[in-house]
Design a protein. Structure first.
Length: 600
């Protein structure tokens, strides 16, 4: 049964599971299982509610689903699913709620909300193990302690009983919750207090980001091939004779994108080669499930928390030099004005001719000799030429030029920061950015033109309330006169405003403040464009080793662009809608972890 049929059945009435089976004519065990799975999905998405044994539409009762995302002594914060709107509820009804609980809530009068029922999906707490003076074990949970509640550990799992110590971060299951006292069972040690880097590990674990891969995923990773087999090469377009290069940071180890180029009349043929990760990470596998729960690799001061295990991210999927690798290759014929006039995508086979660094290429483009082979030099010069065409076209379109400060930490053997470096973009960084954006836009356009649903990367017009906050800031620094009115705001006009600020230090500060006024980009199958890039359609295709949305796009490309499989448009759209919500929230989680670790 499809979602629209199920929602239609529930319209205006409450039905049991058996009643839904009968009305949907679901007779086989598989059909019933699919119906149950669909109901669970719709409950998670805030479309369907469950009252003991009966299902109903939340909108019929004026209810909405929300998650408790913050709590203190006086109120809780609800985050509405799926809109993300935040609402505060105070009073006695908030007292028994915990962060992570799901609630059905309703607005009884404007601005007044009440929780009607709550669900506790996992009954799990995370906190620090400690021993009180009387010998009782306690779980220190910041927000509960602040609310005057005590959490007693009355049971400890056998496999951690001898290991758990003061200050360890543990996961515990709730046993009882009465008034101001909770009891729980310590189930798992997440981070040992005395391990190296425990402060950062604790931040990651407390935000529910997985620190370790599942045993099944690790087993699958260990069994991955070390090199591409002859059978895997069959049916692929052979790019191995082309001068394909990777350009990345000095300390990069996972290379998921490479480029090659040749002159084409007055224009260029640019090919962006992307690691074919989904050839190895099969849909529904343990590796795939782990990647979904992570959503993205997380980069913090002392480590990378990868989306995929080392055997894939640095091994068979990484486009390392002088070895055969499988790719999805986007071939783009571009004119001298920076517009793609023809494109296609192929399953490819490459052999990277050079592993280059941004610093190395920047020095070469500035005229320094870097000991590169002639074909690599020629490739870099042609890439720089093509990039300049793309950059001119992007500037004319009004792509925003906002500077943000990215910091890189150098640590000693004990993970103590010894140096903080402010990262800047040189010519090579901008060059690769141009080609990746070009490929992402091209893939999104190819899918859309074929009528295939796309998981777009969308960026909305700046929220009016944030613009007003930014205007207030500009008044304080006496720059408000040259800032455009809301109805006249475009990326190009914002660029002109920044360019009008002569003092470089002030311009940098204003640029960072302007960045805070922008909307947060997110993933959605609804194409509303990308304000910051000034592009009509845009998706993420170029980083499948570190971003799961890219793997979704790869599967769409292979299934429906290349293999031309039959498509169920509604099923694919609903899947992308669900994954867009999940992956956007996981990206927010990763950003929050990175900020917390930087502050540390």
């Amino acid at each position: 049964m499809k979602e629209t049929q199920l929602l239609s059945l529930l319209k205006g009435q409450e039905l049991t599971l058996n009643a839904l089976f009968e009305r949907s004519e679901s007779f086989t065990a598989r059909e019933k299982e699919n119906l149950q799975n669909l109901l669970e999905t719709l409950i998670e998405e805030g479309k369907v509610g469950k009252n003991q044994t009966r299902y109903f539409l939340l909108e019929d009762k004026g209810y909405f689903l929300a998650k408790i995302t913050a709590k203190n002594r006086n109120f809780v914060v609800l985050t509405v699913i799926p809109s993300g709107e935040e609402i505060k509820i105070s009073g006695e009804e908030s007292d028994m709620l915990l962060i992570g609980d799901l609630v059905y809530a309703k607005e009884f009068q404007k601005g007044t909300f009440h929780c009607l029922e709550y669900l506790r999906p996992n009954s799990v707490l995370k906190g620090y193990y400690s021993l009180a003076a009387d010998g009782s074990a306690l779980l220190s949970v910041d927000y509960l302690n602040a609310c005057g509640k005590r959490v007693f550990i009355t049971e400890v799992a056998d496999d951690i009983r001898e290991e758990v110590n003061q200050g360890d971060l543990v996961k515990a299951s709730i046993l009882t919750f009465n008034d101001n006292v909770l009891t729980c069972k310590a189930e798992e040690i997440l981070v040992k207090a005395d391990e190296v880097g425990s402060d950062i590990s604790m931040i990651i674990a407390k935000e529910d980001a997985p620190l370790h891969f599942s045993k099944k995923a690790l087993t699958q990773a260990e069994n991955m091939p070390k090199e591409v087999s002859d059978s895997e090469k069959e049916g692929r377009f052979d790019f191995r004779e082309d001068c394909v290069v990777t350009i990345d940071g000095d300390d990069a180890h996972d290379f998921d994108d490479a480029v090659s180029i040749r002159r084409l009349g007055s224009g260029y043929q640019i090919t962006v080669h992307i690691a074919d990760v989904t050839e190895y990470v099969k849909r529904g596998s343990a590796l795939d499930e782990d990647a979904i729960t992570r959503g993205t690799s997380i980069y913090v001061a002392d480590r990378v928390v990868p989306m995929l295990p080392f055997e894939l991210s640095n091994g068979i999927c990484s486009l390392n030099p002088n070895v055969d690798r499988l790719t999805l290759s986007c071939i783009m014929d571009m004119d001298a004005q920076g517009y793609v006039i023809h494109s296609e995508v192929k399953r490819g086979l490459i052999r990277s001719h050079a592993r280059l660094t941004y610093n190395q290429v920047n020095r070469f483009l500035e005229g320094e000799e870097q000991g590169l082979e002639k074909e690599v030099k020629d490739t870099l010069l042609l890439l720089a030429e093509a990039s300049a065409c793309i950059r001119r076209r992007r500037d004319l379109q009004g792509a925003m030029k906002l500077d943000s400060t990215e910091l890189k930490f150098h640590l000693d053997e004990e993970n103590i920061p010894t140096e903080v470096i402010k990262m800047t973009q040189g010519r090579s960084e901008k060059m690769i950015e141009d080609f990746m954006i070009l490929a992402n836009c091209t893939i999104a356009k190819m899918l859309r033109e074929r009528g295939i649903p796309v998981l777009y990367r969308v960026h909305e017009f700046p929220p009016l309330e944030k613009l007003e906050t930014f205007r207030s800031y500009l008044k304080k620094v006496r720059l408000i006169k040259s800032f455009p009115k809301n109805e006249n705001i475009t990326g190009a006009r914002l660029n002109d405003f920044l360019a009008s600020i002569e003092n470089e230090s002030v311009r940098q500060t204003v640029s960072e403040q302007m960045l805070r006024a922008m909307s947060k980009a997110y993933y959605s199958p609804e194409d509303i464009g990308h304000f910051g890039l000034a592009e009509k359609e845009y998706c993420h295709f170029t980083s499948p080793i570190r971003r799961y949305p890219d793997d979704i796009i790869h599967r769409l490309v292979k299934d429906y662009l290349i293999d031309e499989k039959k498509i169920d448009l509604e099923e694919v759209y609903l899947y992308l809608e669900k994954m867009g919500t999940l992956l956007s929230s996981e990206e927010v989680r990763a950003d929050h972890i990175q900020r917390e670790c930087d502050d540390l």
